[in-house]
Design a protein around this ligand. Structure first.
Ligand code: C2E
Ligand code: MG
Ligand code: MG
Length: 580
């Protein structure tokens, strides 16, 4: 019954049993009375023809109900939709009904959901009976079981919302309609209208589950479903497309309307959520939209893929922005998926290379160590920037293998003297860290006969640094084993000083942007920041390396600020082993 109210968004929902003279409300939301006389009940009309749902969009204008006391007096019903509940003997015994005090409309997808809910409720009634008296024919058992299986297959257990395949079915219908348009009678052309999807994805919801417990997490998700439903227009079909993702299909809604609705949902979810009996909890939710229709960017067939891409992009950007799917976004996703396959092959076929970039003492220009950087040239994509393929590797779970390859190659090149300096630095993506990572790094060191003190592991602060507890353990283990840990790209915008306290960092690598700011219009502020970081590092006993040095002037200012080591194109570009 809650599901019925959620799907259509009405304030009143009822499960009724219709008797000879009366109807009783077995369960109810939004109405006080326990039942009504049968002669004035809407539901008795609904069950008179139990094959069709009874939809009354405006009771005041319907001659069958205009004079009904439930319409003319409290609760002043205007809208009603009821579907018969069929008992295991095949009789209509009552209804699942929803009602509102204002007139409204209901979409075909919502009616179908209502019918599903009623079949599910009928099954429950049937099953409960059978528990008391083991009667009922085998054939009947079968249909009940099928009905139940159909429900479980297509509905989310927690919220009772329809699952992804239900929205997919409805999108398919849009596709059929659109194809009808292109074959085209003038009439169909006129009827073609845009449809939109608004998707909501919960970010890091597992943290809420682990902090408050699974049960509280479930309550919060239910509450979120209600909040989203309450912000949707009346004919929208809300579905649950993943464990922490919702998508609503809005027919006759153009992109600008869809973004207004999506913005409303986004804003509502920024307010802490209080589940029944719980305390206010902040959730982080991403919101995205995609639209199909005559002038929209996508055909219905592309709509679900488009919303998936937009949702992924929205998730990466967080709860502050709304992402609207466009062609460019979807094209880049196609590139990413093909790149994933190529990268997986590359990892098996030695297509990846490692280049080494010198890290230099600014005072005398002496190379103190090198940073190993992954390089990838692919027959299809050409030279791919690490910024691009590392992200693909992280997204598709390939980065641990990539990092392990670079580590072993770098240690071998360092051990054989092909790469000079006293030490070697290797990047480690937090996304690929497992409980085995530290011991894998130690065994790579052992295999290459490189002392632990000669290795620096660089971690870049992306979101995982804060959220992956395994990473902290791994870094602590590495530091305890005398491997130096460096915080890469320090000051690039996502850095939090708290990591300097929580993680066993021995080296800070100043982000290129800080070095760039030392010259040019913001030089005064740029210098103040670098000086402050140097002071902080001294207090914490950290080494500092400046990244992105491209001019002598930057070196001078860095030395004035107390930075003694640097890396950058001026000092040496990344090169293959043996040429450094
Ligand atoms: P990073 O670890 O901060 O590496 C430094 C990046 O800055 C390198 O880019 C380097 O070529 C570039 N760079 C250094 N000095 C200068 C300069 O003066 N001017 C300019 N324009 N660029 C400079 P690259 O090789 O493209 O790597 C980009 C990022 O990709 C790296 O940033 C690192 O985060 C990631 N990455 C590279 N190799 C690996 C790897 O094996 N594993 C992982 N997990 N990440 C890697
Ligand atoms: Mg690095
Ligand atoms: Mg860096």
């Amino acid at each position: 019954m809650e599901a019925a109210a959620l799907i259509v968004g009405t304030p009143i929902a009822l499960v009724t049993i219709v008797g000879e003279d009366e109807q009783w409300f077995k369960a109810k939301i939004g109405i006080d009375v326990e039942g009504t006389a049968r002669e004035i009940s809407f539901c008795s009309v609904a069950i008179a023809d139990c094959t069709e749902p009874l939809i009354v969009e405006d009771a005041a204008k319907d001659p069958r109900f205009a004079e009904n006391p439930l319409v003319t007096g409290p609760p002043a019903i205007r809208f009603y939709a009821g579907v018969a509940l069929i008992s295991d003997k095949g009789n209509a015994v009552g209804t699942i009904a929803i009602a509102d005090t204002k007139p409204r409309t209901i979409s075909a997808s919502q009616i179908e959901e209502l019918q599903r809910i009623s079949r599910k409720a009928s099954v429950l009634v049937g099953l409960r009976r059978r528990a008391h008296a083991i009667a009922g024919t085998l054939a009947l058992d079968r249909t009940l079981a099928d009905e139940n299986a159909d429900w479980l297959r297509t509905h989310d257990e927690l919220t009772s919302l329809p699952l992804r395949e239900v929205i997919r079915d409805w999108i398919e219908i849009l596709g059929d309609e659109a194809r009808g348009d292109t074959l085209g009678t003038a009439m169909q052309g006129k009827n073609a209208s845009p449809s939109s999807i608004v998707a909501v994805g919960l970010i890091h919801f597992h943290e809420i589950n682990s902090r408050l417990g699974r049960e509280a997490g479930d309550q919060i998700i239910k509450k979120i479903a209600q909040i989203i439903a309450s912000e949707l227009p009346e004919r929208a079909l809300l579905t649950k497309i993943s464990t922490t993702g919702f998508a609503a299909l809005l027919r006759d809604t153009d992109p600008s309307q869809a973004s207004v609705i999506a913005e409303r949902v986004r804003k509502r979810l920024q307010v802490p959520i209080t589940p029944p009996g719980g305390s206010p909890t902040e959730v982080s939710a991403s919101v995205a939209t995609a639209t199909t229709g005559p002038s929209a960017e996508f055909t219905p067939d592309q709509l679900l893929a488009a919303i998936d891409e937009a949702s992924a992009a929205a998730k990466a950007l967080g709860s502050e922005v709304l992402v609207e799917a466009d062609r460019e976004l979807v094209a880049s996703s196609t590139r990413r998926t093909t790149m994933r396959e190529a990268l997986a092959t590359a990892l098996n076929s030695n297509e990846l290379r490692v280049h080494y970039m010198p890290i230099v003492r600014l005072g005398d220009g002496e190379v103190s160590s090198h940073e190993a950087l992954a390089r990838w040239r692919n027959s299809r994509f050409g030279d791919v920037e690490p910024e691009e393929f590392i992200v693909v590797a992280e997204e598709y779970g390939l980065v641990a293998r990539l990092d392990a390859f670079v580590l072993r190659q770098a240690l071998a090149d360092f051990a054989s003297g092909k790469v000079g300096g006293d030490a070697i630095s290797v990047n480690l993506s937090p996304a690929g860290v497992t409980s085995e990572t530290a011991s894998e790094i130690f065994s790579a060191l052992r295999d290459a006969h490189v002392p632990h003190e000669c290795l620096t592991i660089e971690v870049t602060e992306r979101e995982a640094l804060a959220t992956n507890p395994l990473l902290t353990d791994t870094l602590v283990e590495l530091a305890a084993g005398h491997v130096q840990v460096a915080l890469d790209d320090f000051g690039s915008g996502v850095t939090s000083l708290s990591h300097l306290v929580a993680l066993p960092i021995g080296l800070l690598k100043l982000d290129q942007s800080l070095t760039r700011n030392l010259v040019g219009p913001v030089r005064e502020r740029g210098l103040a920041i670098v000086e402050a970081i140097v002071t902080l590092s001294k207090r914490l006993g950290l080494d500092v390396v400046a990244e992105g040095i491209e001019s002598e002037e930057q070196i001078k200012i860095l030395e004035l600020a107390g930075v003694t080591t640097g890396q950058g194109m001026l000092l040496g570009a990344p090169m293959p082993a043996g040429t450094t």
